[in-house]
Design a protein around this ligand. Structure first.
Ligand SMILES: NC(=O)c1ccc[n+]([C@@H]2O[C@H](COP(=O)([O-])OP(=O)(O)OC[C@H]3O[C@@H](n4cnc5c(N)ncnc54)[C@H](O)[C@@H]3O)[C@@H](O)[C@H]2O)c1
Length: 295
């Protein structure tokens, strides 16, 4: 309880912007920071889900002022909408102290030869470019503050890359590289802006919408979103740069640092086999037998 009250004091009155706040980790973060009496700016592409979260906040926290929440439904991959969102947030809440680039989608959950380009493009647009636009758009606001924090949500699949995740891993490794470099850059010019990289493990959310990812969901996505949200809040207060939390995250982090790639390949291939996704692993798959005629 002592820790919680110091978190309370730390965050009270700060404006926290959260993307993908209509579900899962983003929703957990919105509720956690509302508990700490923060002003919130919430975004999600799913307007109905976003409105439900806003309603839940007013029911669960009757003393939390309605004016403390600004929400807007938009697609984070659209840079122009980011500018409007942040400018409206600053107008309503006067300042922006924290941005959590959390919105994200799953990949095709199939191997490279069985995935299409459009799916890869969409994953990069939302997961990677959504985060890039958020960082670029928010810097003019964060740089004006005496203290600020910028958090980007990668994944344990930004540390290790098992089969059937090439598109998702491409986006999450890209977030990691971008964030680590940005962190080093900002430390030279605006060290008051904390930059955090988040690697969630298996969190029990709605991210797995495809049929082929349901077994994965039931087996691995077990940690409660509110647990990781509270951990993230503590890590912001402690200025912990890399935040690793959730089912299998410790193991993935350790393995990524100390196991040779050949071991990682063997372990992850075994895990994938147990999910019964072998259909795409036939050597007569069209991805191997159909050549492009384009010159
Ligand atoms: N759940 C996990 O196990 C896990 C593990 C590692 C990383 N992550 C990452 O955590 C983040 C949150 O995911 P989650 O698990 O809470 O999933 P979720 O699907 O429950 O929530 C994601 C939210 O983002 C929104 N969203 C999707 N595309 C958007 C867009 N273009 N613009 C705005 N909002 C958009 C969705 O509507 C949804 O409400 C994602 O970046 C995800 O990659 C999740």
């Amino acid at each position: 309880m002592g820790k919680i009250s110091s978190l309370d004091t730390f965050f009270t009155g700060k404006t926290v912007v959260i993307t993908g706040a209509g579900s899962g980790i983003g929703k957990g973060l919105a509720k956690t920071f509302a508990h700490f009496n923060c002003k919130l700016a919430l975004c999600d592409i799913d307007e109905q889900a976003l409105q439900t979260v806003v309603k839940e906040l007013s029911v669960e926290l009757p003393n939390y002022c309605e004016d403390n929440v600004f929400s807007s439904a938009f697609d984070v991959s659209d840079r122009a909408q980011w500018d409007d969102f942040l400018s409206n947030t600053a107008q309503q809440h006067q300042h922006i102290d924290v941005l959590i680039n959390n919105a994200g989608i799953e990949g095709s959950c199939r191997p490279v030869w069985a995935s299409d380009e459009q799916s890869l493009q969409r994953v990069m647009d939302v997961n990677f470019y959504g985060m890039v636009h958020g960082c670029k758009a928010v810097l003019p606001y964060l740089s004006q503050r005496p203290w600020a924090a910028l958090l980007n949500v990668s994944s344990i699949f930004g540390l290790i890359a098992p089969p059937n995740t090439a598109d998702y891993c491409a986006s999450k490794f890209a977030i990691r590289g971008y964030t680590e470099s940005l962190r080093a850059e900002l430390s030279l010019i605006h060290p008051h802006i904390q930059v955090h990289l988040i690697h969630p493990g298996g969190i029990n959310t709605n991210i797995t919408r495809l049929e082929q990812s349901q077994k994965f969901k039931h087996r691995f996505l077990t940690t409660a979103p509110t647990d990781i949200a509270m951990y993230i809040a503590k890590c912001i207060m402690q200025n912990k740069a890399r935040i690793v939390y959730g089912n299998k995250s410790g193991l993935a982090h350790f393995a990524s640092r100390f196991f040779p790639l050949s071991w990682l390949n063997k372990i992850s291939a075994r895990e994938v086999k147990s999910l019964g996704l072998e259909e795409d692993y036939r050597d007569d798959h069209p991805g191997f037998t159909t050549r492009s005629n384009k010159k």
